[in-house]
Design a protein around this ligand. Structure first.
Ligand code: NAD
Length: 444
């Protein structure tokens, strides 16, 4: 599972050879540890004239314990720019003028965050200018070095106060492997309440994680447990032993169930109601691959992937919503894949199912908003798991290096992104699909 090449670059020989030969030199990404400061250094905050977010953001950053400066210094842990005042392409010059003199001052694992207005909620020249910000942020993500990342957050009018959980996530090391993403806040729901304790935002909540016995699912269970949730870890009976270990480790419960069984939604609804009085967070992480090129793919290979990765999730959602097992302000979180965005040889079934998860988010967002909850998904890129360790060496190396961060992500990177969606303060984050891929070139 280890990235041997990255380890080599950090060895004495590697440190000498790698720069001399101009080989890729992936940075060691700063990752979250409890008690770590929100940002290691000051955040430079700026705004285009007429922006509506600067003051609100300043207060939010202060609350998070971040030092905010308005005059540039030598080194910045983050550059944050309120571009909501940009109403015409000519005013994009404001973005250049803010970033040009300071872009080289971004430190290791530093952060660039641009905030704008969702283009679809603007008109004419403002819409064009706001849409243009995407290109800027994606290009900055490719230029940044040493593990730094860039993101664009579109904040709907009226949702200014609801951006705090998103800013905290993006500025922190919890978003280590998330880069060049476009996030929308407040286009569906506007109410968000800050948790009593930002270190335990899920205190008193119940979270269901499917496919939790290993890999990414086990990491999700751990992170949601760390954040205070009681985790119901679900997996197939054959994974029972590993599942119990995960459940015990996080102080949660283990539930052996095949989510594709016809009676699974019913059983799940009954279990969650009788044991836990319902559920607050549902993470559809269980997933399988049955790779074959289309001409070689059997009906069974097609059906099983669609069933686990998509159809069973829809059936569970429908049951949990209609029976009101999902609490008001509940969260549904899907796990898509960059294969669902870009397609992949040998994965017509998998890519179809994972693109379907994006469809599930699109269709579900208005329904969940009505219900008082949210539905979002993550789309992981190359994540270091047993699944990717089995990929042939050349393809594996390409998967790791062909990204702006030049390395694979860790299961915890996916888990942290899911925890951000699950946070009660993310109530206005609805209908998003965020890639956790280190800005992979695949599907870019
Ligand atoms: P994994 O195979 O290690 O874990 C998947 C888990 O789902 C297993 O424990 C499995 O037993 C469980 N599962 C399968 N069918 C089930 C069923 N019918 N009912 C209940 N549980 C079932 O995979 P992983 O790498 O940890 O991936 C987790 C998720 O992330 C999957 O949805 C996968 O498609 C997605 N993903 C992974 C990567 C990656 O690089 N590893 C990239 C993109 C997306």
């Amino acid at each position: 599972m280890a990235d041997r090449y990255q380890q080599f670059t950090k060895s004495p020989v590697g440190k000498f050879v790698v720069p001399k030969l101009g080989l890729p030199n992936p940075a060691t990404l700063r990752r979250y540890k409890p008690g770590q400061p929100a940002l290691e250094g000051p955040a430079l905050l700026g705004a285009a004239p007429g922006g509506r977010l600067e003051k609100v953001i300043e207060a939010q950053l202060h609350r998070a314990g971040i030092e905010v400066v308005s005059t540039a210094t030598d080194k910045h842990a983050a550059l944050v720019f309120d571009a909501t005042g940009v109403k015409d392409p000519k005013q994009l010059r404001e973005v250049y003028s803010f970033f040009h003199p300071v872009i080289r001052s971004v430190g290791p694992s530093g952060r660039v965050v641009v905030l704008g207005t969702p283009p679809e909620l603007a008109e004419g020249h403002e819409r064009i200018a706001q849409r243009a910000l995407e290109g800027f942020v994606r290009a900055v993500g490719k230029e940044l070095k040493r593990g730094a990342t860039a993101q664009l957050v579109y904040v709907a009018e009226g949702a200014e106060e609801a951006t705090e959980s998103t800013l905290r996530f993006l500025l922190s090391s919890k978003s280590a492997f998330v880069s060049a993403q476009v996030i929308r806040v407040g286009t569906e729901t506007k109410t968000a309440s800050a948790p009593a304790d930002w270190a335990k935002p899920l205190d008193g909540k119940v979270a269901l994680v499917t496919g939790a016995s290993r890999g990414i699912g086990a990491a999700i269970a751990e992170v949601l447990g760390r954040d205070g949730a009681h985790v119901v870890a679900l997996d197939i009976p054959a994974q029972g032993a590993d599942l119990s270990k995960v459940a015990n480790k996080v102080g949660g419960s283990a539930l052996q169930l095949d989510i594709t069984a016809a009676d699974a939604p019913e059983k799940l609804a009954e279990y969650l109601t009788t044991r836990h009085g319902g559920v607050d967070v549902v993470v559809h992480n269980a997933g399988i691959t049955r790779d074959k090129t289309l001409g070689n793919m059997t009906e069974g290979g097609w059906d099983s992937v669609i069933s686990v990765n998509l159809a069973s999730q829809l059936a569970v959602n429908e049951k949990l919503l209609s029976a009101k097992v999902l609490h008001e302000n509940g969260r549904i979180i899907g796990v898509s894949s960059i294969a669902g965005i870009a397609g992949n040889v040998g994965q017509t079934n998998y890519a179809t199912s994972k693109a379907g998860v994006i469809g599930m988010v699109n269709v579900g967002a208005p329904t969940l908003a009505e219900y008082g909850g949210t539905i979002n998904a993550v789309a992981p890129g190359f994540i270091e798991t047993k699944m990717t360790a089995a990929v042939p060496l050349f393809i594996r190396e390409a998967g790791r290096r062909l990204s702006s961060l030049g390395q694979g992500g860790l299961p915890v990177d996916v888990a942290e992104t899911i925890a951000w969606y699950a946070n009660p303060a993310s109530a206005a984050v609805n209908g998003n699909v965020v890639r956790v891929c280190g800005q992979a070139l695949l599907g870019a």
